[in-house]
Write a protein that binds this ligand. Structure first.
Ligand SMILES: C[S@@+](CC[C@H](N)C(=O)[O-])C[C@H]1O[C@@H](n2cnc3c(N)ncnc32)[C@H](O)[C@@H]1O
Length: 284
């Protein structure tokens, strides 16, 4: 990822969500208000103009996305399913006693902004690379700040998560927490992913959970994006946000165990693959 420019993939995910709002039936999959909030955020932050947003929420754009789905079949809708999955994990976690939510690599995700007023006793934190986080903060300011939403602009490649949160007076590392890492892990080197899970375990209290999405490793050792893997990996590499990490679902339990977590598929009804991504959840 270009360190001085807002994330292109975060922007793409957000526009994709806006377009899913024009696809019949997706309002039953995605949480209420998510399409409208994402549109608002893209506009208020200056990430996208009114014309692009209008286009993005048209049926014609749905057809365009569907036509391009040949490269990664199902991925257009998968962005919606993974958002619904993360929000479901956050709501379940809060229902089970969590008082903190941390969204890693939040991009233009609107969950924290939407849920903060509903759960006034819960502190929501988001961390993203400054180039993206500062743009988003501008949008959130225009949409209305939430007292219990903390946006932290930080490059986790440069500064450790434990240090970032230790320096934040609102963070309580003994609190039961829900951590979400949606569409993030594949962009980090393998050792950074291992280290990140370990740090997440260190900054969260007992009964915390972490919800995440990941890619499966193919037989050739690369992240598996299906039939067009070579082309997909090449496009991501030349656009500056290459996929680096993947894991086979059957290896997840051991990997999580080594980083202080317990694989907990029983905490979700979402199983199997959505587009090219798998959904995972672990508890501490
Ligand atoms: C594919 S986007 C996903 C955004 C969001 N989670 C979603 O699904 O809507 C990946 C996000 O991870 C962030 N990211 C990547 N590397 C990072 C780093 N080293 N530190 C902080 N954020 C990072 C990017 O800025 C980007 O917003």
């Amino acid at each position: 990822m270009r360190k001085d420019k807002p994330s292109k993939t975060a922007y793409k995910v957000a526009l994709n969500i806006v377009t899913l709002g024009a696809k019949p039936g997706m309002n039953k999959v995605l949480p209420p208000g998510v399409f409208e909030a994402t549109e608002k955020l893209l506009f208020a932050s200056g990430a996208a103009g009114a014309t692009l947003i209008r286009w993005s929420r048209s049926r014609r754009m749905v057809s365009v996305y569907e036509a391009f789905d040949w490269m990664m079949p199902g991925q257009f809708e998968a962005f919606g399913h993974r958002k619904a999955f993360c929000e479901c994990q956050v709501r379940d976690g809060i229902g089970a006693g969590a008082t903190q939510v941390l969204v890693l690599g939040a991009g233009y995700d609107t969950m924290g902004w939407r849920l903060a007023p509903e759960f006034a006793g819960v502190n929501f934190f988001e961390i993203d690379h400054p180039a993206t986080a500062l743009l988003k903060a501008r949008g959130i300011e225009a949409m209305g700040q939430r007292d219990n939403l903390h946006l932290i602009p930080e490059d986790l490649g440069k500064r450790k998560l434990v240090d970032v949160l230790k320096a934040n007076q609102s963070w309580d590392q003994t609190a039961q927490t829900v951590i979400a890492a949606e569409g993030l892990l594949m962009y980090l080197p393998s050792e950074a992913v291992r280290d990140l899970f370990g740090q997440c375990a260190a900054i969260a209290g007992t009964n915390s959970r972490i919800a995440f999405t990941y890619l499966c490793t193919g037989t050739d050792g690369r992240p598996d994006a299906g039939r067009w893997t070579g082309l997909v990996l090449w496009i991501l590499k030349v656009t500056g946000e290459p996929w680096l990490w993947s894991i086979r679902p059957e290896e997840l339990g051991r990997f999580l165990g080594e980083t202080g977590w317990t694989n907990a598929p029983e905490l979700t009804e979402w199983t199997g693959k959505n587009g090219v991504e798998y959904l995972g959840v672990a508890r501490k």
